[in-house]
Design a protein around this ligand. Structure first.
Ligand code: UD1
Ligand code: MG
Length: 457
């Protein structure tokens, strides 16, 4: 059985925030959510989050995630004491039982590194360590003359010689569950900080003749913790540059890898180009040859091959077919489904609408709750009046219709196939196919009219 214990009871005072630290985000998701990704990818049999400061807020934020259990640590007496609180929730069924301890504020540990930790462990205990040029503040990995790990000594308890050691404890360990329980029960707080140190179990394992191995993270960002807004911002940039690196390696062109933000998952085909300042949220897929112009925001969107999205466009829960042209300054809202070869231009808002193949709305329009056929032209200033203040109604525009500029379509209403609507029409009744429908006051010219002039005082 594999148990994961995530320590998340700490205060996070330096964040200067009312929000518990582990709910602060990296790449748009809470740090705790990132840690849980790793835990779930390992197929853990149980995941226990140790909460303390802001416990209710943390529990509420994750209340729908039924694979989690919470243990309350109150007061917080150290990392060993924190793991003790999780003990009753750990699962055991034999010799292979293992428990991994992760930190809720060290969000970016990758699956491959956790796997390496488990591999290093074999039957014994494994510690994730790294060599730091400046190890100040960290627990030091003390080895014997044969190079075998003997203990972890916390910075505040270390002597001069120990402080010179550059190999440090990242805090992440994997231990045999039954032995872990035994060791935790023997912890005391006779140390410089008066805390129950999880790290004291390393010395106990050595005394018990249990093998202590180490593993190392593949990338240095994996073990960085967040204690302040500054560290959060730094880790955000490191993580974004890692995501940029992965896209570049997969063949995507980024105009500037330093101005690229993915807050979710971005899946790209071949020869995709992304200009500066774009933000991708949720699940976004860009098919082969898609070009995204500068400063676009795409959230949960699927874009077909060869489509171009021009500068400053905003797409949210939208689908676009292949070879379409969107923007600049287009807004596609939830339920916008644009077919192939469609054109949507500047200051056009489309919501909950199907736009058929080759149809165009090139300038200044609101198109909501509509079913629009193929090859339809929607003129500048067209508005679907879909809302009476209480209910919403659909507008249907059949294939090859032409909607003149400044038309209001008062839904529910239907424009027949091939119909033409004259500019300035307020359409309240269905327009028949293939005919010109127009509602416009007849133009008159007033004979002999003169412009008023300013009266003399
Ligand atoms: C700990 C390690 C140290 C390691 C360092 C890596 C111990 C004794 N020391 O030190 O060897 O080099 O991390 O960053 O384990 N927490 C609780 N309850 C508590 C105390 C802490 O949940 O009572 C949580 C914190 O929220 C945090 C994590 O445990 O997520 C680590 O706590 P922290 O106080 O940062 O430990 P360090 O002193 O930095
Ligand atoms: Mg710390």
């Amino acid at each position: 059985m594999l148990n994961i214990v995530i320590l998340a009871a700490g205060l996070g005072k330096r964040m200067q925030s009312n929000l518990p630290k582990v709910l602060h985000t990296i790449a748009g998701r809470s740090m705790l959510a990132h840690v849980l990704d790793g835990a779930r990818a390992l197929n853990a049999d149980s995941i226990v989050v140790v909460v303390g400061h802001g416990a209710e807020q943390v529990k509420t934020a994750f209340c729908t995630q039924t694979d989690l259990q919470f243990a309350l640590q109150e007061p917080q007496l150290g990392t060993g004491h924190a793991v003790q609180q999780a003990i009753p929730l750990l699962k055991e069924d034999g010799e292979d039982d293992v428990t991994i301890v992760l930190y809720g504020d060290v969000p970016l540990v990758q699956l491959s590194t956790l796997q390496a930790l488990l591999d290093a462990r074999q039957e014994g205990l494994a510690v994730l360590t790294e060599i730091l040029p400046d190890p100040t503040g960290y627990g030091r990995i003390v080895r014997d003359l044969n190079g075998k790990v003997r203990a972890i000594i916390e910075h505040k308890d270390a002597n001069e010689a120990e402080r010179a050691i550059k190999e440090v404890n990242t805090g992440i360990i994997a231990a045999p569950t039954a032995a872990l329980k035994r060791w935790l029960a023997q912890l005391n707080n006779n140390n410089a900080q008066g805390e129950y140190y999880l790290t004291d179990i390393i010395g106990m394992a050595v005394a018990d003749g249990v093998n202590v191995a180490v593993a190392h993270p593949q990338a240095s960002f994996e073990t960085l913790g967040v204690n302040s807004r500054m560290q959060q911002a730094e880790l955000e940039r490191l993580w974004q540059s890692e995501q940029a690196r992965r896209q570049l390696e997969a063949g995507v062109t980024l105009a500037d890898p330093a101005r690229f933000d993915v807050r979710g998952q971005l899946v790209c085909g071949r020869d995709v180009f992304i200009d500066v300042g774009c933000v991708f949220e949720g699940l976004v897929t860009l098919a082969d040859g898609v070009r995204v112009g500068p400063h676009c925001v795409l959230r949960d969107a699927q874009i077909g091959a060869g489509t171009q999205i021009e500068a400053f466009s905003h797409l949210d829960q939208a689908q676009v077919g292949h070879d379409a042209r969107i923007g600049p300054y287009a807004r596609l809202r939830p339920g916008a489904k644009l077919s192939n070869h469609t054109h949507v231009g500047n200051f056009v808002e489309i919501k909950n609408t199907n736009l058929g193949e080759g149809s165009k709305a090139n300038h200044l329009a609101y198109v909501g709750d509509a079913d629009i056929g193929a090859r339809v032209n929607i003129g500048a200033g067209t508005i679907t009046c879909n809302y009476d203040g209480v209910n919403k109604f659909r507008t249907v525009i059949e294939d090859d219709a032409f909607i003149g500029s400044d038309t209001q379509l008062v839904a529910p209403v239907r424009v027949g196939r091939g119909a033409t609507i004259g500019a300035g029409t307020t359409l309240t009744v269905d327009a028949p196919a293939d005919q010109l429908t127009i509602s416009r006051v007849k133009q008159t010219t007033i004979a002999g009219w003169t412009r008023p002039v300013k009266k003399a005082k």
